[in-house]
Design a protein around this ligand. Structure first.
Ligand SMILES: O=P(O)(O)OC[C@H]1O[C@H](OP(=O)(O)O)[C@H](O)[C@@H]1O
Ligand SMILES: Nc1ccnc(=O)[nH]1
Length: 506
């Protein structure tokens, strides 16, 4: 079928076209099916429908397709129905709970990287693995395929250190302290982070307030060799490029399936050439890992996957049932982390967790004798060497090294959430805190988030502020306050959970 080209100058991150339903029917394609566009080059694209947007006889080409075809809009193209990629059958196999061959996993990852799969197909793959985990072999192949479809960094010195958190605990800004502590002690740590997955601010979202986070693999190597460390966004690099494409679909579902989490983290570590890695596994109610048993299993899986990739992995099971520190959301978290670096003033949960994990890295990298890593890490914080190193990292990434915690702006709209009764706070719901911060606009609105005044175990009086919500937009603040009122993130001893009068309502 010959169709006249209508350019649509929107980037959708995939080869996608819009067709009128009459033409689509004639061609025998449905939404989500593939068409082959034949011009001086041939490409396969995913079909979208919108009757009013495109008239019959025309085909809308999104930016990526136009770029590939390099044609003017007046021209026509030949369009024919195409088969779906083989990967959609492979995904079906995962949905049926069947084991995949290594070649199939390679093909699937290649199609993810080359944007040949729709978000619906990727969501089906992720959901299937959420319901039934991939085997150890499949997870190893997935990780290796993710590494092999991108660039790799090879350093000429060793050891190359790295850390990663599995996420799931709000306010986990520890990377901003750990990377400079480790680099200040002469070790190399090329840290790649993701943006928020289930939270309200990933490390990449935080670091972006201080400096650009988008660099090529080559630049990461160069910067790390110069100053000892970087904190960059993995998604901007061609390092394990499948990772961010999967995370983009995980984010709206708020899921991080076990095998995907392993592959996502370990592919990034493998691709930067990390040799000695510490994993932070936050545990407890409202986190990704509910108890010690599950935490130990994940630790074993991470260590064993590390062995398969030739990496030495140690794990820290950490307390995650309450947020780390007192802030959740990018700007608030950066302020809190900088204050600790500047003055050592800050919550113990943040300082202690950071120095313990930094200490483990210092010992693994032989920068501190066994048993003395924590002390050295604390000393590096106290004597200002960590702050000086963070400034070097900010400078080399192109940010302003003179920035202080005072310079960082939070959202101009704010509202307090007060205690509903007198008593001890006996529950603190992580997920509701994250949801509140997300309703307020985090992580995209950097100034949005939640400041926590009172934590679990503390006494409150009725009417006393427990949280302050910050937002950059008034409407978002309203949404966050409404959510918080309907789903209180804290529970004070003695509060009523629910009144039940009629069994029929249950
Ligand atoms: O949004 P949730 O799922 O909580 O966690 C995702 C965060 O956890 C990891 O932290 P880090 O890079 O080790 O500091 C990721 O890179 C990301 O920043
Ligand atoms: N799935 C993931 C969890 C935490 N960090 C990541 O990079 N990826």
């Amino acid at each position: 079928m010959q169709l006249k080209v209508q350019p649509i100058d929107i980037k959708v991150g995939k080869y996608k076209v819009v067709m009128n339903s009459i033409d689509a029917k004639e061609l025998g394609v449905h939404e989500g099916d593939r068409v082959r566009i034949k011009d001086h080059v041939t490409l396969t694209a995913i079909v979208d429908f919108t009757e009013d947007m495109i008239s019959s006889g025309m085909i809308g080409l999104y930016h990526e397709v136009q770029e590939q075809l390099q044609r003017e809009w007046t021209e026509t193209v030949e369009v024919e129905a195409a088969e779906r990629p083989k990967s959609s059958r492979i995904i079906r196999k995962v949905m049926d709970g069947l084991k995949l061959e290594r070649d199939e996993i390679n093909e699937l990852v290649r199609d993810i990287v080359e944007e040949n799969l729709s978000d619906i197909e990727i969501a089906a793959f992720l959901t299937a693995t959420y319901i039934k985990d991939l085997s150890e072999d499949e997870t190893e192949w997935l990780t290796k395929a993710m590494i092999d479809t991108g660039e790799r960094i090879e350093f000429s010195t060793s050891p190359i250190m790295d850390k990663h958190s599995i996420g799931g605990v709000p306010g986990n800004k520890i990377t901003l302290l750990i990377v400079p502590i480790v680099a200040a002690n002469g070790l190399l740590i090329p840290k790649t982070s993701s943006r928020a997955i289930t939270g309200a601010g990933g490390t990449a979202d935080l670091m972006e307030i201080l400096a650009p986070v988008e660099f090529s693999a080559e630049q990461i190597k160069e910067m790390t060799e110069k100053v000892g460390g970087v904190i960059v966004w993995g998604g901007a690099t061609n390092i394990a490029p499948a990772d961010d494409k999967l995370i983009k679909v995980e984010y709206p579902l708020s899921i991080d399936p076990h095998c995907q989490l392993l592959a996502s983290i370990m592919a990034k570590k493998g691709a930067v050439g990390a040799q000695k890695v510490v994993m932070d596994i936050p545990m407890g109610a409202g986190t990704k890992i509910l108890d010690v048993k599950a935490g130990r299993k994940l630790a074993r899986d991470l260590i064993s996957l590390g062995e398969r990739l030739g990496m030495d992995v140690d794990c820290a099971l950490t307390y995650g049932a309450s947020p780390i520190g007192r802030t959740v959301g990018p700007a608030l978290e950066v302020i809190e982390a900088l204050k600790v670096l500047e003055t050592m003033e800050g919550p113990n949960s943040l300082i202690e967790k950071s120095v313990i994990i930094a200490g483990m890295l210092l010992e693994m990298g032989s920068a501190a004798p066994r048993g003395q890593g924590r002390e050295l890490a604390l000393e590096t914080l106290k004597n200002g060497k960590a702050l000086a190193k963070l400034k070097e990292i900010i400078r080399i990434q192109g940010g302003n090294p003179d920035i202080t915690s005072e310079d960082i702006a939070v959202g101009q709209f704010k509202a307090d959430i007060t205690a509903p009764a007198n008593g001890y706070i006996i529950e603190f719901y992580n997920k509701r805190i994250v949801q509140t911060a997300r309703f307020a606009g985090a992580p995209n609105d950097k100034g949005a988030g939640v400041l926590i005044h009172k934590k679990r175990g503390q006494v409150v009086e009725k009417g006393q502020p427990v949280l302050t919500i910050y937002a950059e937009k008034k409407d978002k603040l309203k949404d966050a306050v409404k959510f918080c009122r309907e789903h209180p993130p804290i529970f004070v001893e003695g509060m009523l959970i629910e009144k039940v009068a009629d069994l029929k309502e249950m």
